[in-house]
Ligand binder design. Structure first.
Ligand code: XIL
Length: 374
């Protein structure tokens, strides 16, 4: 009997213990916080992506795009991307000589002004392109038979009128664009023939006089893209800029154009070396006019887009890794509008937004590098 009693006591203790355990389990189940699910979407591809200009501004970097008035006027998607993603706008064509001075002494600023107003209302800096260039010249100028004195006056008047008009509104100018020929000599053009090599020095001097605050750039291109294979051009550029600085010419920066293809892109190391060498001159550098053509190789489109992304990433990384490299611009906003399609006759899709305004893998590569360096 006492044994039965003892067993009864034991089993009721066991039942109590079990009930307590169950209660504990129940309470803990109610209070446990479910772990957050890791988002499976790449934030750069989601609607919530952080715009490039926000990433760039974290380190005071200029991220720019060349823009034209046509799509600014008529294409809402273009306007949105341009102003949301970039903090720097470059005038693709509207500030070229023939656009601003279509007839001798008659300046037409209306279209360029509209672009400048668009940029200013969206808090974007304007990079003026370009005061002196072999192309984009007005017919009346090309057709004339000018004396040296007349050409000096024409060039001075053009630079003074344009730079004064935009004083305080254009933060930097491509004062002289592409003065070097592929063989590294000075390019044969109207100003060189009529004035002599000093047209370069004078252009900078006149631009400085018209707007002492504007950053004055020399902008140059090279087909092979400033890597090792462009040594001849890099040397010529270096010597040209050294000469300008030694003569006290007011030069603030150099722009390296980057119209390239996937077949022969510059490497990260090659470009970085070039940027470091130019940094030694103590001036600012920007990577300008970047577009990377897909070309007509037989690789699949996804493969080409991945290669394009890698090259974009390498180029901006080289710039971000060199202190004096203060900006990086694309020669256009979307593949829907790019001068390259017209040039090669095939769709080259060289930019970071596709024709439907979607960010491409190249966009993600740029965003990643900006994030890493912020
Ligand atoms: C190009 C424009 O993109 C075209 O729309 C225009 O027809 C010709 O000029 N280097 C430069 C740019 O400095 O001004 C050029 O722009 C491209 C090459």
């Amino acid at each position: 009997m006492s044994q039965n009693l003892a067993m009864g006591k034991h089993s009721s203790a066991l039942i109590l213990a079990l009930m307590a355990l169950l209660l504990l389990l129940f309470i803990s189940a109610c209070t446990t916080v479910e772990p957050q699910e890791t988002p499976s979407v790449d934030p750069q591809n989601s609607v919530e992506r952080v715009p490039l200009r926000v990433l760039a501004e974290r380190k005071g970097f200029g991220i720019g795009a060349a823009a034209t008035l046509g799509p600014i006027r008529k294409d809402e998607n273009y306007r949105r991307i341009l102003s949301e993603e970039f903090n720097q706008l470059v005038t693709e064509n509207e500030m070229k000589f023939q656009r601003l001075q279509p007839e001798q002494g008659r300046f037409d600023f209306s279209k360029a002004d509209e672009i400048v107003e668009f940029a200013r209302s969206r808090d974007m800096r304007v990079f003026g392109h370009t005061l002196v260039w072999q192309r984009g010249l007005a017919d009346w100028l090309k057709a004339g038979d000018w004396t040296r004195e007349e050409l000096l006056e024409l060039l001075h008047d053009h630079i003074d009128t344009v730079v004064s008009h935009y004083r305080g509104k254009v933060y930097a100018w491509d004062v002289v664009n592409e003065a070097l020929a592929p063989d590294a000599s000075l390019r044969d053009l109207i100003w060189l023939r009529g004035i002599g090599p000093e047209y370069i020095d004078l252009s900078f001097k006149w631009a400085r006089e018209a707007d002492p605050q504007a950053h004055l750039f020399y902008n140059e291109y090279d087909g092979s893209g400033w890597g090792k294979s462009a040594q001849l051009k890099v040397d010529a550029l270096y010597n040209l800029l050294t000469g300008l600085l030694e003569r006290g010419v007011p030069l603030d920066g150099v722009g390296l154009q980057m119209h390239i293809g996937l077949d022969k892109p510059p490497s990260y190391e090659g470009l970085k070396q070039t940027l470091e060498r130019l940094s030694g001159l103590g001036i600012e550098i920007q990577i300008t006019e970047t577009d990377i053509r897909l070309g007509n190789s037989s690789d699949s489109l996804p493969k080409k887009l991945a290669q394009q992304a890698k090259v974009y990433g390498d180029l901006i990384r080289a710039c971000l890794d060199v202190e004096r490299c203060s900006g990086f611009w694309f020669w256009g906003v979307t593949d829907r509008y790019t001068w390259v399609n017209g040039i090669t006759g095939t769709p080259e899709d060289p930019l970071i937004f596709d024709r439907f305004y979607q960010p491409k893998p190249a966009y993600d590569a740029i965003a990643r590098e900006l994030k890493k360096s912020a």
